[in-house]
Design a protein around this ligand. Structure first.
Ligand code: 5AD
Ligand code: FES
Length: 347
């Protein structure tokens, strides 16, 4: 698919014609990654963060939330729950929290790998190279780091670099692949100032980076963040601004599947937040093949508020598991077994 075609589809609004896009994405999904939907247990291990991302509710300057960091025992309890539920992978996610020490996390990864058969995915921000090396040596399999937008100017506006260290997520993604991680990235859809041209570039960048996992979701304004308090003047000019809608999210999921046929693509919680009744299922029917049931203990989950009114905030891990199973089966798909890593096509 050419860039012009990507742009054309992003701007298409005719429901009948969009059916063709959904059909194409679903066929590519079926042919390349099959009908299994893999479950990744998400554990939000800490909401401390040193960064000041303009969009994110756990940014360092948000004093309105309580902070927590889970202990090794608490995390292992969630991990064993994941095993019991038959999940093939756990995702350890946090803010960029240097209270999570290199050695401590390496030991935790080793423990998970020795006690379970699960794949371990990390999503811990822009950590220094030595951390990425140590955690890979400890056995971590995958790393998620969204580049958020490929428009450098917009990126710098919403994601200030740390003093003296220019944020370069593309360099980190290349390095992750070099180290043997499966690399995951993605963007938010409808950030104020995001244009159709830059979103087209984002999707083309997924293809260029040959990512193993790609997560996309709508941008959801958080009232206690700078971006959440913006007025309409910050939007791109009329006709250029990408809306942060459910419909736009499906288009991006579908186009991502078509340009990256083998990638693992989740139907995200941010999407479910816009349509709790059917968002997850529609994501899965329009290109996605992964869901990430939450394993974080509810008392911490409410504090991991990167955006408000997050779907499934008060469900227990067990509720989330049954809910996901039911949703997967309701659309005629299968619950995946095993780690569900990227399947690369044989040439
Ligand atoms: N709305 C939607 N997604 C958000 N994220 C962070 N803040 C928001 C928000 N306000 C996404 C970012 C980040 C991922 C963990 O959550 O893309 O990489
Ligand atoms: Fe999250 Fe059902 S979709 S508990």
């Amino acid at each position: 698919m050419t860039r012009d075609e990507i742009l054309y589809w992003l701007k298409e609004e005719d429901e009948q014609r969009l059916k063709e896009l959904w059909r194409q994405a679903d066929t590519v999904r079926h042919e390349n990654v099959g009908d299994e939907v893999h479950l990744r247990g998400l554990i939000e291990i800490s909401n401390y963060c040193v960064r000041e991302c303009g969009y994110c509710g756990i940014r360092v300057d948000n004093k309105e939330i309580g902070r927590y960091r889970m202990t090794e025992d608490e995390i292992m309890e969630c991990v064993h729950e994941a095993v019991q539920y038959g999940y093939g992978a756990v995702v350890l996610q946090s803010g960029e929290d240097y209270g999570i020490k290199t050695r401590w996390l390496a030991d935790l990864v080793r423990k998970i790998k020795s006690e379970t058969e699960m794949a371990v995915t990390l999503s811990l921000g822009e950590r220094p190279d030595e951390d990425l090396v140590a955690w890979r040596e400890a056995g971590a399999n995958r790393y998620l780091l969204r580049f958020e937008t490929s428009d450098r100017e917009l990126y710098e506006r919403i994601h200030p670099s740390l003093p003296g260290k220019r944020s370069d997520r593309f360099a980190i993604l290349r390095r992750l692949k070099e180290l043997g991680y499966e690399a995951g990235s993605g963007v938010m859809i409808g950030i104020p100032g995001q244009t159709y041209a830059s979103l087209t570039q984002d999707i083309d960048t997924f293809r260029e980076l040959d990512l193993d996992m790609i997560g996309v979701g709508p941008y959801i304004p958080h009232p206690s963040t700078p971006l959440g308090q913006l007025n309409d003047e910050q939007l791109a000019p009329d006709g250029e601004q990408v809306p942060n809608t459910e419909a736009m999210t499906y288009k991006v999921i579908a186009l991502t599947r078509i340009v990256c046929p083998e990638a693992n693509i989740p139907s995200t919680t941010a999407l479910a937040t816009l349509n709790l009744a059917a968002g997850r299922e529609l994501g899965l029917s329009r290109g996605a093949n992964i869901v990430m049931p939450n394993l974080t203990p509810p008392k911490y989950r409410v504090m991991y508020e990167i955006y408000p009114a997050k779907a499934c905030i008060s469900e227990t891990a067990n509720d989330c598991r049954y809910c996901m199973h039911r949703r997967i089966l309701s659309i005629g798909r299968e619950v995946g077994s095993g780690q569900g890593g990227r399947r690369k096509r044989q040439n």
